[in-house]
Design a protein around this ligand. Structure first.
Ligand SMILES: Cc1cc2nc3c(=O)[nH]c(=O)nc-3n(C[C@H](O)[C@H](O)[C@H](O)COP(=O)(O)O)c2cc1C
Length: 194
């Protein structure tokens, strides 16, 4: 697929098949993240890949419990085709039962933590889409660890206390039978030329 076509095709996927993603696809997606730009070329982001469904489910539920999204209205919503936790109050897992959840950790005192993670995530989401793997960017990653179980997991994963969870990237095959989501129309007036 042409690069621009791929970018237009990638959409946030929140309904996943039970199947775990192929290891080869995961390796390519991770490599795409490793080659992302980083501030000062520091490559400071750590990618913690969790494929333990019980852990992912529990962290996703903690995150949902800690999230207070502005709930959707008839005219203002995130997605009707792939509802988010802001669209459907019945969704109790902020990771939407994705079989693979990657938490991006960055140093706490690092000014460009968010930017570095976002660059890596976009590389990875595009790579994923090109391989038929669905992905979803999840912001405010730290909220998944904001209780005793989350803290226990950080210790188990041996995450240095100088690092924090910036975000998560969900990966999994899109649920069979769902149409690939369509993008919202692009808002006008966002390009300013002088
Ligand atoms: C910084 C950021 C944070 C996001 N956080 C969440 C989130 O917590 N939960 C979620 O379901 N989607 C989240 N998303 C995905 C967006 O909702 C999604 O990208 C947006 O609705 C546009 O849809 P598209 O990705 O299909 O173009 C996030 C995206 C970005 C860039």
């Amino acid at each position: 697929m042409e690069l621009l076509e791929l970018m237009k095709h990638r959409r946030a996927i929140r309904r996943f098949d039970e199947r775990q993603i192929e290891e080869e696809a995961l390796q390519q997606i991770l490599e795409a993240g490793l080659y992302a730009p980083s501030a000062g070329g520091r490559q400071g982001v750590l990618f913690a890949v969790c494929q333990d469904r019980a852990v992912n489910e529990r962290l996703g539920k903690i995150k949902r419990a800690n999230s207070k999204p502005k709930m959707a209205t008839a005219t203002a919503y995130v997605s009707k085709q792939q509802p988010s936790i802001a669209d459907d109050p019945n969704l109790k897992n902020a990771f939407y039962n994705a079989p693979t959840v990657i938490t991006f950790f960055a140093p706490k005192n690092f000014l460009f933590a968010g930017e570095d993670c976002a660059c890596a995530a976009e590389n990875m989401m595009l790579m994923a889409d090109s391989l038929g793997v669905g992905s979803c960017y999840i912001g405010q990653g730290w909220t998944a660890f904001a209780d005793p179980y989350g803290q226990e997991i950080l210790k188990k994963w041996e995450i240095c206390t100088d690092y924090f969870a910036v975000m998560q990237l969900l990966l999994g095959y899109p649920k069979g039978g769902d149409d690939h989501p369509t993008s919202k129309p692009r808002r006008d007036g966002r390009i300013l030329r002088f």
